[in-house]
Design a protein around this ligand. Structure first.
Ligand SMILES: [Zn+2]
Length: 114
């Protein structure tokens, strides 16, 4: 269900863009999705194909660029790609206090239109 909601918002944006630029069809959609979102690209494409029928986005190909979760050490500023975990320590200073700086993104990078 999560993927379905996400897909509907992608299609809505595609349609708005298509209208604004007076184009008939969207061919390709590039997305940036943070790993924390836990979305499955195949699922998104599957729902997209169903939900985009009859819209300018019908048949468009989704290209999903996954952004790994990145944690920044609050002590020394070192950034590490990692899943948040209680055992995680900074490889630079051994600190345990982190801020997540990447991994929660969800954005449309670009649309290719006809
Ligand atoms: Zn550190």
């Amino acid at each position: 269900m999560h993927e379905l909601a996400v897909t509907e918002s992608i299609i809505r944006i595609c349609c708005e863009e298509a209208n604004r630029h007076k184009v008939q069809r969207v061919l390709e959609v590039r997305l940036e999705v943070g790993e924390l979102k836990g979305l499955i690209p195949d699922c998104i494409q599957y729902y997209f194909d169903i939900a985009s029928k009859g819209t300018p986005a019908e048949g468009a190909r989704l290209i999903i660029n996954k952004i790994p979760i990145t944690m920044r050490c609050r002590n020394c500023g070192e950034e590490s790609e990692a899943a948040p975990s209680i055992n995680f320590t900074c490889r630079n200073c051994g600190g345990k206090d982190f801020k997540m700086v990447k991994g929660n993104e969800f954005l449309i990078q670009s649309l290719e239109v006809e």
